[in-house]
Design a protein around this ligand. Structure first.
Ligand SMILES: [Zn+2]
Length: 170
């Protein structure tokens, strides 16, 4: 907020008609700008003094002190709100992380279940039926048994078996 903006909002501030964020920007500037602070004190003294006179109230002796107390109160209450906001952000992040971890664990379970289901399906429909159905239902068909022996991976031949075969060839 520039000095010009701040000074155009002095009366609105005194009448407490500034929005939350606007008021904070305004106060931040006032705290750091002597010129605008002096301007505010002059307006505050004038407006509050007139009001007190209008209401037949005894005039304040320390307008500056009153104004400072008010600004301090407003800045403090905002700091509290910001603190709350920050802690709620932290809570949100923690909640999101917890949700992510929870979701990830669930996802792993889901993945595991899906893998198991896929395996079962594979075994049930392809492996099991393709490999064994014919033997189970047509055991008299010897070719099926031969087929399976060809299809299945040849077990590794042991060293002695190789020697035995080699000797047999001779
Ligand atoms: Zn200024």
């Amino acid at each position: 907020m520039t000095c010009l903006e701040v000074q155009s909002k002095i009366i609105a501030y005194i009448d407490d008609k500034l929005g939350k964020d606007e008021k904070q920007d305004f106060l931040q500037h006032i705290m750091n700008c002597e010129e605008c602070r002096e301007e505010l004190i002059i307006y505050y003294t004038m407006i509050e003094g007139m009001r007190q006179l209008d209401d037949n109230l005894p005039l304040s002796r320390d307008f500056t002190g009153e104004l400072n107390a008010r600004m301090e109160r407003e800045l403090k209450s905002n700091r509290k709100k910001r603190g709350l906001l920050r802690s709620s952000v932290v809570t949100g992040v923690v909640a999101a992380l917890a949700l992510m971890i929870f979701g990830y664990v669930n996802f792993l379970h889901l993945l595991h279940d899906q893998e198991q289901a896929a395996l079962k399906e594979k075994q049930g429909k392809c492996y099991y039926s393709d490999t064994f159905n014919d033997i189970i239902f047509f055991p008299e068909n010897e070719n099926q048994i031969l087929d399976i022996n060809i299809e299945s991976e040849e077990p590794e031949i042991s060293f002695y078996e190789r020697i035995r075969r080699y000797n047999a060839l001779k």
